[in-house]
Design a protein around this ligand. Structure first.
Ligand SMILES: C[S@@+](CC[C@H](N)C(=O)[O-])C[C@H]1O[C@@H](n2cnc3c(N)ncnc32)[C@H](O)[C@@H]1O
Length: 235
């Protein structure tokens, strides 16, 4: 199954509509397929993401683009007060039925329905590729974080080493879309690997964090370059 060519990936307002509809469709099986495709590593990476910014009981955490609330649940287990915001009602519904005591709010990362400086941590899991404008979303993160608030972002990545990159591509670009098509939604699981095209080089992304008002920007690569975790502090 071929990837979607870069020029055919949705952009602007069309991307927002397509992304929202896609996550509404795949919500019922989203968690199960994540665990299946990563062998449970996705949860390990989410825990690590919260560890890296030291999420604890004193924190007020925003899980942005929360999906069904995995990061929200983990932050809550640490005693933090946390809310999740997501664009797709299907994902929010799945999250609310799984975690009825947690707060899920519908909203767009580009214009959050939240007050300035109201969080000590913003965590964002596997969603960067889906935003229409990452610089615009980073500015919203900075706005809702209190001064010295911490930001933690995890997303997929492409390995730099040629051999590893080829092996990863066989799995991520071929097997995952095929299995996703059998078990859930063919177009969505074709979009998933194709959407890595939206992510700029690390140096560009680093500049976007700083331009949005973050300092101590750091990037960590996981599992041979298949995932990346960014942390930063609001200046
Ligand atoms: C791959 S899922 C990740 C969900 C969850 N964070 C996780 O770790 O599993 C991407 C999520 O981003 C959400 N999303 C995409 N664009 C968004 C936007 N502009 N504002 C808020 N959420 C958005 C989607 O609805 C979807 O739930």
């Amino acid at each position: 199954m071929a990837l979607i060519a870069q020029e055919h990936l949705p952009k602007g307002a069309q991307k927002r509509v397509a992304v929202r509809a896609m996550f509404d469709r795949i919500a019922p099986r989203y968690d199960a397929l994540n665990r299946l495709f990563t062998g449970g590593l996705d949860q390990h990476w989410r825990r690590l993401t919260l560890d890296l910014v030291g999420v604890g009981a004193e924190d007020r955490v925003l899980d942005l683009a929360c999906g069904t609330g995995d990061l929200l649940e983990m932050a809550g287990r640490r005693g933090a007060s946390a809310i999740g915001v997501d664009l797709a009602m299907g994902m929010l519904r799945a999250g609310r039925s799984r975690l009825p005591r947690h707060a899920f709010v519908q909203g767009d990362a580009a214009a959050l329905p939240l007050r300035d400086g109201s969080f000590s941590v913003v965590a964002c899991g596997f969603a960067f590729r889906n935003f229409v404008s990452v610089p615009g979303v980073l500015a919203e993160f900075a706005r809702v974080l209190a001064p010295a608030g911490r930001l933690a972002v995890i997303d997929v990545d492409r390995p730099g080493n040629g051999v590893v990159r080829a092996a990863h591509s066989a799995y991520f670009d071929r097997l995952v879309p095929w299995m996703g098509g059998l078990l859930s939604d063919r177009d969505a699981y074709r979009y998933l690997p194709s959407s890595t095209e939206y992510l700029p080089d690390a140096a560009v992304l680093h500049g976007w964090f700083e331009a949005a008002g973050f300092e101590a920007v750091a990037r960590r690569s996981r599992l041979l370059g298949t995932a990346q975790i960014w942390t930063a502090v609001r200046s």
